[in-house]
Design a protein around this ligand. Structure first.
Ligand code: SF4
Length: 179
């Protein structure tokens, strides 16, 4: 027998972390960041057939200041990398990054000097989604897994301490390929 059974109807018990994280995961607003073919699948995800509105995230924001999720959909060129980093830096905390597709996750078949070999060279990635391209159902699955991750995140100073080791410096391509 738990304490809940002794409470009157309509009373729920939870933690502050549980409540705050539930509100955060229920209203993720993605910043528009379609880079290549994967972006078409991301657009389908926002349309009526796959209906991202079910998860409170149909509002793709044109301003990073109004967004808390960056879905990097497509391959990232070296030229675009500083722009991606700048947009990420303009997003307020808390913020999350989802690397959509094999190109964003690891460079994919574009193993060449022009493409960043994974956006985790530029920003910290919270969720990797494989596939070329991943179907919108796969993106939904990745978003639900991200929800689960958000629900188990600490708040305040504990979150800041956890994020402290996740800082990623922008690596110049010349330095990376010199290794
Ligand atoms: S993973 Fe495939 S579909 Fe996505 S950007 Fe790369 S080549 Fe295009």
């Amino acid at each position: 027998m738990g304490l809940e059974e002794k409470l009157p109807d309509g009373v729920l018990l939870t933690t502050v972390e549980g409540l705050v994280n539930w509100t955060r995961k229920s209203s993720l607003w993605p910043v528009q960041f379609g880079l290549a073919c994967c972006a078409i699948e991301m657009m389908a995800f926002g349309g009526p057939r796959f209906d991202s509105a079910r998860f409170g995230m149909e509002v793709f924001r044109a301003s990073p200041r109004q967004a808390d999720l960056m879905i990097v959909a497509g391959r990232l060129s070296q030229k675009m990398a500083p722009v991606l980093r700048q947009i990420y830096d303009q997003m307020p905390e808390p913020r999350w990054v989802l690397a959509m597709g094999v190109c964003a996750s690891s460079g994919g078949m574009f193993n060449n000097y022009a493409i960043v070999q994974g956006v985790d060279h530029v920003v910290p990635v919270d969720m990797y989604l494989p596939g070329c391209p991943p179907r919108p159902e796969m993106l939904i699955d990745a978003v639900l897994k991200l929800h689960h991750k958000i629900m188990n995140e600490p708040l305040g100073p504990k979150r800041a301490a956890k994020l402290a080791d996740k800082q990623v410096e922008l690596i110049p391509s010349s330095y990376k390929y010199a290794k």
